[in-house]
Design a protein around this ligand. Structure first.
Ligand code: 0A1
Ligand code: ZN
Length: 877
């Protein structure tokens, strides 16, 4: 472990800042190994007259400090590894600090770094302190002006936030640019980019008729891959005006795509920096999922301009204020652009596959964490995705109009400020004149709640009683959550039955724009419904109206009926998924007892009905016939028996392929098309169904025929990759041939090569472990490029359940060594990789021991970063 135990930060320790920064003038003299940063700020004290001035700073070489124009002697300040302290400063003063940094050797990719010969920055959460000494906290907002000086040859483009106010030439072939941001901002939103980038230009006319310049900057070789990103940006701007009434506020909006980036993208004011994965696309290189990802991330960063930048977070414990809300907004955007039904199911899958396991492990935290060691570890599925689900609860409770009223009040009250999740809740409550205090409990309690529903029908009186109980695993005394449950009643034919709340339930059951809504507010509650001539079937948690695990004992017959007839597409999908899950669980038990497996008749009937259903969106068909993903299957078990689960899932796929080969082949052929690629929901739906069928056919009798043919057609990357995926688990020469053809074609394209690496890293073939070792030695593997590292090691630990959990323990040993190696290069990326081990206690027997040993091996490193330290130490507790 690290020598000194890293410090834990607590929400309860929050203190408002003692100083205010009136303005900040930054000058950068860019050089790859010695960039000089001069930081001149006007500061005044706002409280605590005796407090020293404490500035954050890490990895900086301090050159000079001037206070009100006078150079300070080193005895007049203290410099530590993390701070610059001036014990004695006046009420109001100007401070100028000169530091030097080394962008070329900044492999952490926090602060100012170089990527493909260009300069770029990443300041969220606490990267600005690696650029200069400053108040690196989100509640210190100021006006930034940035002067960039650099050699002209290598840096044609000089960019920062706000508006360009001055450019000019300097001696020795240098030039400069001055950017001024008219909006106050915290330093995490600062950005600088310089280098020889090319731009794609367009414009957007706002609804108040202002013309905004839109620019996407990329490396010259990528100029032909920006069209989709630009169209996505324009759609985002229009959508935010139409749905939220929010208009862009600067005259220019710039996006820069870089290959080396720790996350997806960053919403710096007026100058977003993007992982190139979320910008670059053309049909030959990007899949439908890539296109959709680009549209959604472009939207996400753009929407941050209001939810994040104009109104920001008081401290990092409030991260979900901007992230949960902005994810909710980007989900709604994608939903409006494509299919709402498909998007909802995709989001639920994402939550269940990633956030539910996180919330069931040692890193479980509420959407508003109460403490952290390294803030970067809290950019999690919980803060983002569960946070978005919590925002969705407001939307479900208040309706679109009520929610928008709340948003309006939120901006009226807090524009230009750094605020808290309570401020958001109060705006929602006050605008709608309702009490939402109970929503607080969603912010402070970790874990996925279980909602247990039991029904009782009294035929004599025509009364239905629903008994609901909510619980949080391992938390006996948890505070009750406000859980909105959208629901409906159906007869045997799937037709809707009337919903008439009884006397005791009138104030708890509502009609909303999304349908009947039951509002659960206590730990245990009974709802009554009257006037029913027959016992209804229940359609519960329509639209997945709350992020809970629903426990309701529906019979197979009921699930089959819902899968075919329910009015809600989420419930239809969920019902067939439940049938699949029951079949898999049953087979796991059979395998453990040494018995043969069975293929559920009811599942087969539901599968066939959905595959052959007339008029059903092919995308919904594809999702319905797909099996639950492995992480979610694992979640169903208290103790995970990897061998049994893998066998049961394998069996299920083989049975599907065998039983339905004719129907799958027919559906495959019916959805093939020669049409040129188009990012269009109908075309995407057809490709999705076709490729789901192809994936199953690969488990059947003639696995390679269709896949090879599809690969050879080279129609678009969606189909090419689907063909490779189908071949990927087979020990056939066609797999190798297609993979090497793919390599030859795309060797020069970094993002496409990531797909080549990740295909092999997630292969279920017997030699996958050996292949992963080979990939790490491959000349195109690069530890300094996070996408490449994730495409091999991230994919291996997260998605290759077979090889990672290899009974020998070699998969664990391999990842542990790589985590240690990565930690020295890029701790943020290393910390993400190590999460593959966090659920070790859930695994059976020898695997548990071996995973624990791997964690202990990592923990024994004396120079561990606090990023990795936090996750490893919490996992071993
Ligand atoms: N705020 C960005 C995500 C982001 C977070 C942290 C980063 O570095 C540690 C980088 C980007 C977003 O939500 O898009
Ligand atoms: Zn975000």
């Amino acid at each position: 472990m690290t020598q000194n135990l890293p410090k834990t930060h607590y929400l309860t320790d929050y203190q408002p800042p003692a100083f205010e920064v009136e303005s900040l003038f930054l000058t950068f003299e860019l050089l790859p190994n010695g960039t000089r940063v001069t930081n001149r700020m006007q500061v005044h004290r706002v409280k605590d007259l005796s407090a020293p001035l404490v500035l954050d700073g890490e990895g900086l070489e301090l050159i000079q400090v001037d206070l009100d124009g006078v150079a300070l002697m080193p005895t007049q300040y203290d410099v530590t590894d993390t701070q610059l302290i001036l014990p004695d400063v006046p009420e109001r003063f100007e401070l100028e600090i000169v530091t030097e940094i080394d962008p070329e050797n900044n492999t952490r990719l926090e602060g100012l770094y170089r990527t493909s010969g260009n300069y770029c920055t990443q300041c969220e959460a606490e990267g600005f302190r690696r650029i200069t000494y400053y108040f690196d906290r989100p509640d210190v907002l100021t006006y930034f002006t940035t002067k960039i000086i650099a050699d002209k040859q290598d840096n044609k483009v000089l960019l920062s936030n706000g508006n360009l106010v001055e450019v000019g030439d300097l001696p020795n072939d240098r030039h400069y640019a001055i950017w001024k941001d008219p909006y106050k901002k915290p330093c995490y939103l600062f950005a600088l980019v310089a280098g020889n980038l090319e731009e794609v230009e367009d414009t957007f006319i706002t609804r108040d008729q202002r013309q905004i310049d839109l620019r996407i900057y990329v490396e010259p070789k990528n100029l032909d891959k920006c069209e989709h990103a630009m169209e996505s940006l324009k759609r985002s701007m229009k959508w935010d005006e139409e749905r939220f009434g929010l208009v862009y506020d600067l005259d220019i909006y710039m996006i820069v795509a870089v290959d080396d980036f720790n996350m997806g993208a960053m919403e710096n004011k007026g100058l977003n920096v993007f992982n190139s994965k979320y910008v670059l696309a053309k049909p030959e290189t990007a899949t439908d999922a890539d296109y959709e990802g680009i549209e959604s991330v472009i939207g996400h960063e753009y929407f941050h301009n209001w939810t994040g930048n104009r109104v920001t977070c008081r401290d990092w414990f409030q991260l979900t204020l901007k992230e949960g809300l902005t994810v909710f907004r980007d989900q709604e955007f994608t939903s409006d652009m494509l299919s709402p039904a498909v998007k909802r199911i995709e989001d639920v899958k994402r939550l269940r596959n990633n956030q539910f396991p996180e919330d069931a492990g040692p890193m479980s935290h509420p959407i508003q964490p109460q403490s952290y060691i390294e803030m970067n570890n809290f950019y999690t599925m919980t803060v983002y995705e569960k946070g978005a689900e919590v925002v969705r609860l407001y939307h479900t409770l208040l309706g679109e109009a009520g929610f928008q009223k709340g948003m309006q009040l939120y901006f009226d009250r807090f524009d230009g400020q750094a605020v808290t999740v309570e401020d958001f809740r109060n705006a929602m409550a006050d605008a709608n004149e309702i009490d939402l205090a109970q929503m607080h409990n969603w912010y402070t309690q970790a874990g996925t709640p279980t909602l247990k529903v039991e029904k009782h029908f009294d035929a004599a009186t025509g009364t239905l009683t629903l008994h609901c109980e909510q619980s949080l695993k391992g938390q006996s005394a948890h505070a009750p959550l406000l859980i909105p449950v959208l629901f409906g009643f159906l007869n045997d034919d799937g037709r809707a039955l009337p919903v008439r709340p009884g006397e005791n339930s009138r104030n708890k059951v509502f009609e909303t724009e999304k349908g009947h809504l039951l509002k659960l507010t206590t730990l245990s509650e009974t709802f009554e419904f009257t006037g029913l001539s027959q016992e209804p079937h229940l359609s519960l948690l329509r639209h997945f109206s709350a992020p809970v695990n629903l426990e309701y004992a529906a019979s197979d017959e009921e699930l089959m009926m819902l899968a075919s007839h329910d009015a809600d597409s989420f419930v239809r999908w969920e019902s067939i998924q439940t049938l699949a899950l029951k079949n898999i669980e049953d087979n796991v038990a059979r395998f453990q007892a040494g018995n043969g497996m069975v293929f559920s008749e009811h599942y087969q009937q539901a599968f066939q009905a959905v595959l052959e259903a007339k008029g059903l969106d092919p995308a919904l068909k594809a999702l319905a016939i797909g099996l639950p993903d492995l992480p979610y299957v694992f979640e169903q078990f208290e103790t995970i028996d990897v061998d049994a689960v893998l066998q049961a899932v394998e069996y299920q796929k083989a049975q599907i392929a065998q039983t339905f080969s004719g129907a799958l082949d027919k559906a495959y052929l019916a959805h093939c098309s020669k049409k040129a690629y188009c990012y269009d929901k109908h075309d995407m739906a057809a490709r999705m169904l076709k490729n789901q069928c192809l994936a199953y056919l690969a488990y059947g009798a003639e696995p390679v025929v269709r896949a090879v043919a599809q690969y050879e057609q080279q129609q678009n990357m969606t189909d090419v990759l689907a063909a490779l995926n189908a071949l990927n688990h087979l020990a056939v020469s066609e797999r190798e041939a297609c993979l090497s053809d793919f390599y030859e074609r795309w060797q020069q394209d970094t993002l496409v090569m990531d797909k080549w690496f990740s295909l092999q890293a997630r292969s279920e073939s017997e030699q996958a472990l050996q292949d992963v070792r080979g990939l790490l030695e491959h000349p195109d593997f690069n530890y300094r490029n996070p996408n490449r590292v994730r495409s091999v090691l991230g994919v291996f630990g997260r998605l290759n359940m077979k090889a990672f959990h290899d009974a020998s323990g070699e998969g664990y040993a391999l990842l542990a060594e790589e985590v240690l190696k990565m930690d020295k290069i890029n701790p943020q990326v290393a910390a993400r990789l190590v999460t593959a081990f966090t659920s070790w206690k859930r695994f059976k027997g020898h695997r548990q021991d071996k995973m624990q040993s791997a964690l202990q091996h990592i923990a024994a490193d004396k120079a561990l970063s606090k990023d990795v330290y936090e996750i490893v130490s919490k996992s071993l507790e």
